[in-house]
Design a protein around this ligand. Sequence first.
Ligand code: NAP
Length: 247
Amino acid sequence: MSVAIVTGASRGIGAAVAIAAARDGYSVCINYLHSEDHAQAVRAQIESAGGKAIVVRGDVAVEEDVTRLFEQSAAELGEVTALVNNAGILEHHDRLENMSTERFRRVFNTNVIGSMMCAREAIKRMSTHNGGIGGSIVNVSSMAARLGAPNEYVDYAASKGAIDSLTIGLARETGDCGIRVNAVRPGVIYTDIHASGGEPDRVERVKAGVPMLRGGTAEEVADAVLWLMSAQSAYCTGTFIDVSGGR
Ligand code: NAP
């Protein structure tokens, strides 16, 4: 049985990935931090379509929460075969010289250290070197890793640059233990994350600069994630898919 843990799956891209994974036959562990109602709604949608899902609250930036997330998922669904490191945050648009050190730490704790702790737990459980059956990790990076997000959130862009390096390094490190590590780089996608930056309608402002002249949907990102999770991408590791309308 295929079991997917999707971090930050209560809303946005993570919710779309959880729903698509269940559609494709995965039992899904829906992780969330604050939005219990949204997470339960994702579970209800999966179950009403005949799928299997559980909801586990946990902060990916807190080690005990990450450990418990993987333990609970294994106990209730079976051992993890796919991890989607999706949980991510950004803060208000600003220039770096105005940002606090605490902000840098918040962004990196969730986006980078959270992803690394989840990857570590997944690798311990999936690695054929440890008696596991292998698996797939998909990291949700961002086009910001390449564009830098000047005057908006350079700190966030730097955290996604770290995710790109993590993807390359882990892919090479785990290539001989049955694990593939890939990433998607979404462009501007219609989700609530832009409200965290202080501009809920950011996609409307930015889309004129996208070659395809529109923002993307969470479902379009989920389709790329699901392909990277699936056997159809069996010979891909350390690969990136830009889901950005050509931006
Ligand atoms: P979103 O709508 O703001 O949703 C964020 C999700 O992450 C929520 O489910 C939230 O849970 C969860 N989360 C936040 N901090 C968490 C933590 N510490 N522990 C566990 N869960 C946590 O964001 P989104 O737009 O879907 O973004 C998802 C990923 O795509 C992020 O990594 C983001 O950087 C990346 N991305 C997004 C875009 C875009 O344009 N939307 C573009 C490029 C990359 P609660 O609601 O329960 O707090």
